[in-house]
Design a protein around this ligand. Structure first.
Ligand code: GTB
Length: 217
């Protein structure tokens, strides 16, 4: 059955891999599944055809036969449940991998988003300079805890899993802040994720979209 995902027609980051379709592309690459991509503009995302797929008018979405999904965690979980390569066979290990997926989007991502959004959009606002250390401290706390748990292991719980996929992509958002460089184990963990051939293919595919020449009118 053909799988179709949606992605930005032009990602604001110009293809640095930060838009969340990369998580889905990466999961599909890990599972060895071919997929099509429908590119959508910011305007098209808010129109009824896209809102029927994604109630919040965002990307990515996932279509497979009569199934439509949104939310990257749910999409990656769906792929992992149906195809080898993302979730362990052992039931307990599988549940632990899902814990890490939730930790990525629910425990790590909120403070990371708060920090990175403030750095992008609040620099000129009063109070930014005093707020920044607080936002950084919240992220540092989580990074130290993650580093402690990771120790010298390659991945969070045995073999690479969807938990690592989600965690690495969430952490990549921090690259521009320099905070990753403070924790060598976490930095090496992210680099290991980025070095996976499946990630490289996912990254290259979204970069190609974002560096293509503008269409002639
Ligand atoms: N919780 C949802 C999920 O995980 O699927 C979040 C989906 C989401 O935030 N989608 C964003 C979107 O569609 C794109 S990824 N935004 C448009 C809108 O809400 O109108 C977020 C994103 C966008 C751009 C960059 N960047 O350029 O650096 C990074 C991340």
């Amino acid at each position: 059955m053909t799988i179709t995902i949606t992605a930005f027609d032009r990602s604001p980051d110009g293809g640095k891999g930060l838009a969340r379709d990369v998580r889905v592309r990466w999961a599909l690459e890990e599972a060895g599944l071919p997929y099509d991509v429908r590119l959508v503009s910011f305007q098209a995302m808010k129109e009824p055809a896209h809102l029927a797929l994604h109630p919040f008018g965002q990307i990515p979405t996932y279509e497979e036969g009569d199934l439509t999904l949104f939310e990257t965690g749910a999409i990656v979980l769906h792929i992992g449940h149906r195809h080898p390569g993302l979730l362990p066979d052992d039931a307990n290990a599988r549940s632990r991998a899902v814990s890490w997926m939730f930790a990525a989007v629910n425990t790590l991502e909120p403070p990371i988003l708060e920090l990175t959004m403030a750095r992008l959009f609040e620099r000129d606002q009063p109070g930014y300079a005093t707020r920044l250390p607080t936002l950084e401290a919240r992220v540092r706390t989580r990074l130290h805890q993650l580093s402690e748990r990771l120790g010298d292991a390659d991945w969070l719980d045995g073999a690479f899993s969807a938990g690592d996929l989600m965690m690495v992509h969430v952490l990549l958002r921090l690259r521009s802040t320099g905070l990753l460089d403070e924790l060598p184990r976490v930095a090496a963990y992210v680099a290991r994720g980025e070095a996976r051939p499946a990630y490289r293919r996912a990254f290259a595919a979204q970069l190609a979209v974002n560096t293509r020449p503008p269409a002639a009118n």
